[in-house]
Each structure stands twice: as structure tokens, then as C-alpha cells.
Write a protein that binds this ligand. Structure first.
Ligand code: FE2
Length: 229
């Protein structure tokens, strides 16, 4: 059980966890890392490793420093509320933005998911790439605004467009090109968007990225045979 009372305690717990996995004690960790025996025993007993000591120990354990940085759950008793007045709102950095985004409540426990309120700001233009989104997460959308949303996606035979109304929902597979637009410029076309990783995400996805974008696509979409039968 990790100890989240302070960052130092979390860091020290992770050091002990990884060291113990390797069969190390405070004594042998001191020999391996070059940290003094006194400090190593202190870390073990007082749980007070500094970040500089964690760096030394990470190198000695041949693990990433990232593995020794605990992220304290930010949900308190399991709940996180985000008030509208405090939520982060932004538009793309352009003179004619297509979307306004509002970040919804989320937690560092699920860092690879995203919950957003999306407001399309303009009608879909005839230029197919304008406002186009492509992302590596699965996406669910639910239309909550009063005004309809124009939803377009690209298939092998060209773009397909549907008008979605209040209560309609959608799902987009990773890497499918798609975009949203309004019919009336009212800014009342609003969609709640939830983006989640598929069967593989987080550290596994970072590791798979060593093998290139095609591998990631294949891992996420899992639409090809891995071998000739
Ligand atoms: Fe999207």
C-alpha cells in the first residue's frame, strides 16, 4: 500500500517497492546506489527520500525516475467535482477557430482519458480538412445542446454527413477523420465528448510507440491479422 501523505513518503514507498522487488534491502541498496547507509536506512524507515536521491536510486535500479514519482489520487474520497465557473475553456489558436472546448471533471487516476464539452462554432465548410479531428482515442459523443450538430466523417468512398439533435449520440474509432459543425451559428450546438483508450493505453502505448505509428494503429484498431494462417 503506497503512502500518499506527502510526496516524499510516496516517493520513498515506491523506492522500497522497486528495491524489494529486486531482492534488495537498505544495506544492499546502499551498496548498489552509492548512497550512504545512513540515508538509505532513513529512506526505508522515515520515508524521506529527496528527488535527487530518487534520481540516484532510479539509475541504480535501472528504472525510470518516472516510476518513482507517485501521483497522488486527486479525487479525495473518490469524487471530483468541477464547477463550470472554474473549468478551463479554450479555442484553437487561430483567427477563425472551429471549436470551443471546456474541460470536464476528470482525475489523474485516468490520465489518458478526456472529458470535454465541445461547442462547434461554425458551419462545416466545403474544404474537407477545415476543423478536422484525428486522435488515437476512442470517442463517444452525446449532443446536449438545443441546436443540431453537423457531424461528418471520412470513409474510403468519401465524406458522410449526418445531422444530430439533442439526445443523439455517436462513437468514433481511433484515427478516423471527422469534424463537427453548426447549422445556425448560435453556439447552442454542444456535445459532451468522452475520449478513452482502447485495449492498450498509458505506459504500454508509450512502449509500443518505439515500433512506430503503424504498430500503434494496429494495436489500437486491431483490424489486421498478425500472422499468415
Ligand atoms: Fe473527435
Amino acid at each position: 500500500m503506497l503512502d500518499w501523505q506527502t510526496e516524499e513518503r510516496a516517493r520513498s514507498s515506491l523506492i522500497i517497492y522497486h528495491a524489494t522487488n529486486l531482492g534488495l534491502t537498505a544495506n544492499s541498496l546502499s551498496s548498489l546506489s552509492g548512497l550512504s547507509l545512513k540515508r538509505t536506512v532513513d529512506i526505508w524507515e522515515q520515508r524521506n527520500a529527496t528527488i535527487a536521491e530518487a534520481e540516484v536510486i532510479a539509475r541504480a535500479l535501472r528504472i525510470s525516475l518516472r516510476d518513482l514519482i507517485g501521483s497522488e489520487p486527486d479525487t479525495g474520497n473518490g469524487i471530483r467535482v468541477e464547477f463550470k465557473k472554474n473549468s478551463f475553456v479554450w479555442r484553437e489558436n487561430s483567427a477563425l477557430p472551429f471549436y470551443e472546448y471546456r474541460r470536464l471533471a476528470n482525475s489523474n487516476a485516468l490520465g489518458t482519458t478526456a472529458g470535454l464539452e465541445l461547442t462547434p462554432l461554425r458551419p462545416l465548410s466545403s474544404l474537407a480538412t477545415e476543423g478536422e479531428m484525428v486522435h488515437g482515442l476512442h470517442e463517444y459523443g452525446y449532443v446536449i445542446g438545443k441546436s443540431p450538430v453537423e457531424f461528418e466523417w471520412i470513409t474510403s468512398s468519401g465524406p458522410v454527413r449526418k445531422t444530430l439533435n439533442h439526445g443523439d449520440s455517436l462513437y468514433v474509432s481511433p484515427f478516423v477523420r471527422h469534424r463537427f459543425g453548426t447549422l445556425d451559428n448560435s453556439h447552442d450546438a454542444k456535445i459532451v465528448i468522452l475520449r478513452i483508450p482502447g485495449k492498450i493505453g498509458g505506459d504500454q502505448l508509450v512502449e509500443a510507440s518505439i515500433f512506430g505509428e503503424q504498430t500503434i494503429r494496429r494495436l489500437i484498431t486491431d483490424d489486421k491479422q498478425w500472422f499468415n494462417p
